[in-house]
Write a new protein. Structure first.
Length: 470
């Protein structure tokens, strides 16, 4: 059976025998986390420029987050998906090798608003789309290593599957949506560190929803678009780099949303820096903050794959700083924390940080790995001028899987901090409560209405983010 058909049948069947409350719980967390970073990200320049360029009429059903305005579903998905990834604070998933909820949740909320879907159906659809992201197992790591951005190029299948499920498409329609998505997959890593990266998530949200809406109306696509000699697998994975059998191996044992689940961020920077940041923070917790003039040398060891896009010894913008393991480690050692303010405006030019950056040597991690298939080991070694050596090793960042989760209190604290940049505290708290209560009785619209910005807020001005060369 062709990939598009088999995946479509499994997506249509998803949930027919019931969905575990554990799967629903993790979808709730993904929705809460994504709404938070999407609200905070709505203040960024990238989604604002996009919104102004689109000139969307304010007469649609779907909320443009960070405003009280509603637009057509496809426009809302594009703008909100860009906002959700603008801060690089959204979750990631190992099955796709990129960000997944920042693409799915904006599309699902836009479609839910437009078609009167229930909140619980949205949560189930998110879990179904998360499972469809397994398509990444067929082409990664080669797909990512040659320069494709999996968030967009693979995320489009997760979005198409999730939206097809939410809108009740049958197997033939879902098959067409997935096949059509092979022509809508796009995004290169060359644009990391610029506004184009969050745009990848926005275009993915729009494209996946578009594929489902077109398929719903009978739009056609080649059902063999994955396996064709000029199809997705050969073009995006290479002639010898595809393992389609891996997509369905162990399907539902348990579903991926339950384990390994998504990886959640405590720091608003590229996830490939997080183990190193956590190791640096462990050093600070044990020994206290260290000053640049006390340090002779800082060794940062992370995976070779991660260094391909995080080895930036001298970031030249706040966006590049998010993809600089040197900067993130320097901030952690200097301040004992890594927070949103460290990636705003000219924070990366801070004199103390610049002095610290000169001492950081980034290299591939060469020690024993925690997991052969998931290289997130990091080692930080700080050699002081008095001869002491401070060292910390992290096997995987906190929140990497559902086995080492971030606690609910910290997740809610992150949400309230992010949402509080746009909404009053009581409004942010109301959204938090509603997400935990999402069920069949709550239309999606009752959630998005809580997210509307009802009037002038005491908000920080949108930052000006110059586009930079990755």
């Amino acid at each position: 059976m062709a990939m598009a058909r088999e995946l479509a049948e499994r997506i249509v069947d998803f949930g027919r025998a019931g969905v575990s409350e554990e799967a629903i719980r993790w979808s709730r967390i993904a929705v809460l986390d994504t709404i938070g970073v999407m609200l905070a990200g709505s203040l960024e320049e990238a989604p604002r420029i996009l919104d102004e360029t689109l000139e969307c009429p304010a007469d649609g059903p779907s909320l443009v987050f960070g405003t009280a305005r509603r637009a057509k579903a496809l426009d809302a998905a594009l703008i909100n998906g860009t906002a959700a990834h603008a801060l690089d604070f959204d979750n990631t998933a190992s099955n796709i090798g990129g960000h997944v909820s920042a693409t799915m949740v904006p599309a699902l909320l836009a479609a839910g608003d437009a078609f009167g879907c229930s909140s619980r159906d949205l949560l189930i659809a998110h879990a179904a789309g998360f499972q469809a992201a397994r398509i990444g197992r067929a082409v990664n790591p080669q797909h990512s290593e040659i320069g494709w951005h999996p968030t967009a190029t693979l995320g489009v299948f997760a979005v198409a599957a999730a939206c097809s499920h939410l809108l009740g498409l049958d197997a033939s329609q879902t098959e067409r949506a997935l096949a059509l998505s092979t022509s809508l997959a796009a995004g290169t890593k060359a644009n990391f560190g610029t506004m184009a990266k969050p745009l990848h998530a926005g275009q993915c949200a729009r494209s996946g929803l578009l594929a489902a809406l077109l398929a719903r109306r009978g739009f056609t696509a080649n059902p063999d678009a994955f396996e064709h000699k000029q199809g997705f697998f050969r073009l995006f994975g290479g002639p010898d780099g595809c393992r389609p059998d891996q997509v369905f191996e162990g399907w539902g044992e348990p579903f991926d949303i339950v384990f390994p689940g998504a990886s959640y961020k405590l720091y608003p920077c590229c996830y490939s820096t997080h183990a190193a940041v956590q190791a640096a923070l462990d050093i600070v917790r044990r020994h206290g903050p260290v000053k640049p003039d006390e340090i002779a040398r800082i060794e940062s060891q992370t995976s070779k794959r991660a260094l391909a896009h995080t080895d930036r010894p001298q970031p030249t913008s706040d966006l590049q700083a998010k993809f600089s393991v040197q900067y993130c480690v320097s901030r952690a050692l200097l301040d004992g924390q890594v927070k949103l303010e460290h990636f705003e405006g000219e924070a990366f030019r801070d004199g103390a940080v610049q002095a610290m950056l000169k001492k950081v040597e980034a290299a591939p991690y060469t020690g024993p790995v925690y997991c052969e298939d998931d290289h997130f080991d990091a080692l930080i070694r700080v050699t002081l001028r008095d001869g002491r050596v401070l060292e910390a090793k992290v096997d995987r960042p906190l929140g990497r899987t559902t086995e080492n989760p971030i606690g609910r209190e910290d997740l809610e604290g992150k949400f309230l901090d992010c949402a509080g940049r746009v909404l009053a505290p009581q409004a942010a708290a109301a959204i938090c409560r509603r997400v935990w209560e999402m069920d069949e009785a709550h239309p999606v619209r009752t959630l998005t209405e809580l997210c509307e910005v009802s009037g002038p807020q005491d908000q920080p001005a949108a930052r000006h983010l110059d586009e930079v060369t990755a």
